[in-house]
Write a protein that binds this ligand. Structure first.
Ligand SMILES: [Mg+2]
Length: 240
């Protein structure tokens, strides 16, 4: 039987970079709802999950993270993000467009991202990358940062969606720019136990990881970017 590979990409620092639009939208929302634009100043967003960022920032400020308050914040945040994205510089990371083109029709494409789903869509639309993941109006394959606080739940969530769309991958390749991408996907896949697809991990240095930290998370492949690592990347994703 032909192999079915599902490739799950992180967004920020992996597929694209947006010079601070996400953080600016978070700060603006905190200003509008609580008069606290500094609410997130002490938190790092790299490798983080949006839902968890909200819980931690709210708790640190003495604001109870009730589902209603979180929902309201999320809605306002996405609206602000859509407004701010066009006025912030944004670019795809090297090799991303060529790789997605090359993989189209050869593998299933999905996301594992700490972004809320609507935020993920807004960011990818900003650089013209939503179409490969948008499932032609259906449910995109992905684990998103509004569905869980723990990043290790994102890959299992993405697999649930893949199954719902009739895709049963025997291999999952996770592509990310932080140790959290690598470690969390390994932990999430381990929890699925026997019968889980084989996992391959690919780390790219196009994001914000500290020097040496990516190597320490022991990805199966570690490249400067997808362009420079082109041959090894294709071998990891498509090879035996
Ligand atoms: Mg990232």
């Amino acid at each position: 039987m032909a192999r079915l590979t599902l490739v799950l990409f992180d967004i920020d620092g992996t597929l694209m970079r947006t010079e601070g639009a996400g953080r600016a939208a978070m700060a603006r929302t905190a200003q509008q709802l609580f008069g606290r634009p500094d609410l997130f100043d002490a938190l790092s967003f790299a490798g983080s999950v949006d839902l968890d960022i909200l819980h931690r920032a709210f708790s640190a400020a003495g604001i109870a993270p009730t589902p209603r308050r979180i929902g309201r914040f999320r809605e306002r945040y996405v609206r602000n993000l859509r407004r701010l994205l066009p006025v912030h510089p944004a670019e795809t990371c090297p090799g991303v467009v060529a790789l997605l083109d090359h993989l189209a029709g050869r593998v299933s494409l999905g996301l594992q991202t700490g972004n809320f789903e609507a935020g993920a869509q807004a960011k990818l639309q900003r650089v013209g990358l939503w179409t490969p993941f948008g499932a032609e109006g259906g449910v995109p394959i992905g684990g998103f940062g509004g569905l869980a606080r723990d990043r290790s739940e994102l890959v299992p969530l993405a697999l649930q969606r893949a199954r719902r769309r009739g895709r049963l991958p025997d291999r999952v390749v996770v592509v990310g720019d932080t140790p959290a991408d690598i470690l969390a996907s390994r932990a999430g896949m381990a929890r699925l136990g026997e019968g889980a697809p084989a996992l391959r991990t690919l780390a790219v240095e196009t994001g914000w990881a500290a020097p040496g930290a990516l190597e320490a998370s022991r990805p199966d492949l570690h490249v400067a970017d997808l362009e420079q690592g082109w041959n090894e990347v294709l071998d990891l994703i498509l090879g035996e």
